[in-house]
Design a protein around this ligand. Structure first.
Ligand SMILES: [Zn+2]
Length: 378
């Protein structure tokens, strides 16, 4: 994390900057910290988080063991790989995400160990911290700087990205692309990023020593449990089939959680100004490029690690997600007072429909940034 802070500081002094805070960020931080002082709650190390960790890891272990050692028919295998994919998505959203943000525990070692659950799933937690914590969380929805909205050339998620003819069908085929997210992450993206030494134009220090060992060990461990052990008991096509079905479930779940928070009609996609200075402060930028969804759905909130409270996550990524529902009341109140547009979809289906319409709109020839502003009135 020492190196990450170093990179954060570099980014803050990099070419892209935000306008100064005019009071909103300072006030919302003051109110949230006052909430923790008043209630005596800890921002991290929540017992609910430890319980959730146990439940998700047991769900993962049981699904895997039954799939590899217990499934007797293809249908049983299909259901268990569905269960395995959902458990892995739960770990991705609700354990490693907090841990790699430093939001799981006040002890760095606990965050590091729980963050390794991402390595266990075959993706480097070291690289994710740069890709997600720096590129996505700082430059949210800025095409060219936020790697998480970069599906070029297969899809167009921002008006600032080039449009190809095939994009007019992207609201249909995008779902198939989500299938390949996880295998691509496992076997292509991490290695490509390591080779390039850059993420969306931002340099990062290549891992050395223990960090490099962790990255390689994570990949080997994943290959061992996902392919090695199952191949001892099943034929290669059965192993590949269930890797594919698990990847479909996992990739779709992770992509949908991300897309509903950032790639919907209500989220802004500001253009990069020539001055390299954005007109809004960082905190206002975060609120306007992010949308909450299904905040009243407690089961969904539990499962997606509070990422349906994505506005709160972007403003307070170092606070454990179990607190987001209460923090949301404070954030929303401050937004009203400071005139910052705060958007939340009431339901999951409503957010999903908005994501669909956004994909369809971005596939149209006239979907430039100014046309979108005119259409949405934002
Ligand atoms: Zn995050």
């Amino acid at each position: 994390m020492r190196q990450l802070r170093h990179i954060d500081a570099d980014a803050a002094h990099g070419r892209l900057t935000f306008a100064r805070d005019t009071g909103f960020h300072g006030e919302v931080k003051r109110r949230v910290h006052a909430y923790f002082e008043r209630t005596g709650l800890s921002e991290r190390d929540s017992p609910r988080m430890y319980l959730k960790t146990a439940v998700l890891l047991l769900w993962f272990g049981a699904s895997y063991a039954l799939l590899v050692f217990g499934a007797a028919t293809l249908w049983q295998g299909a259901l268990l790989s569905l269960s395995l994919g959902l458990a892995m998505a739960g770990i991705g959203c609700a354990i490693q995400h907090d841990a790699n943000h430093g939001a799981y525990s006040r002890r760095a070692a606990v965050n590091r160990v729980m963050g390794m659950t991402l390595d266990m799933l075959g993706a480097s937690s070291y690289l994710w911290r740069f890709k997600h914590n720096l590129a996505h969380h700082t430059y949210t929805n800025l095409a060219g700087a936020d790697d998480d909205i970069n599906f070029v050339p297969f899809a167009r998620l921002s008006p600032a990205q080039p449009r190809l003819r095939l994009h007019h069908l992207q609201q249909f085929y995008m779902w198939a692309l989500y299938w390949f997210l996880f295998p691509k992450w496992n076997f292509v993206d991490d290695f490509k990023t390591l080779k390039q030494g850059r993420i969306s134009g931002h340099q990062f220090p290549r891992p050395r020593g223990a960090l490099l060992v962790q990255l390689i060990a994570g990949k080997l461990l994943f290959i061992a449990w996902a392919f090695g052990v199952p191949l001892l008991f099943h034929s290669w096509w059965v192993v590949l089939l269930f890797y594919a079905t698990t990847s479909l479930v996992l990739g779709t779940a992770l992509a949908v959680v991300f897309m509903l928070a950032h790639c919907v009609e209500e989220a802004e996609f500001p253009e990069l100004p020539e001055t390299a200075r954005l007109p809004r402060s960082w905190a206002v930028h975060q609120v306007q490029t992010t949308v909450d969804f299904a905040r009243g759905n407690r089961l969904l909130t539990w499962y997606v690690g509070g990422l349906n409270f994505q506005i709160e996550h972007h403003l307070f990524p170092h606070i454990c997600h179990v607190h987001y529902p209460r923090i949301a009341e404070i954030v929303q109140g401050a937004c009203v007072e400071f005139g910052v547009r705060y958007t939340a979809h009431a339901s999951f289906i409503g957010a999903l429909a908005s994501h669909w319409r956004w994909l369809r709109r971005m596939g149209q020839p006239l979907a430039t940034a100014s046309a979108v502003v005119a259409a949405t009135g934002v």
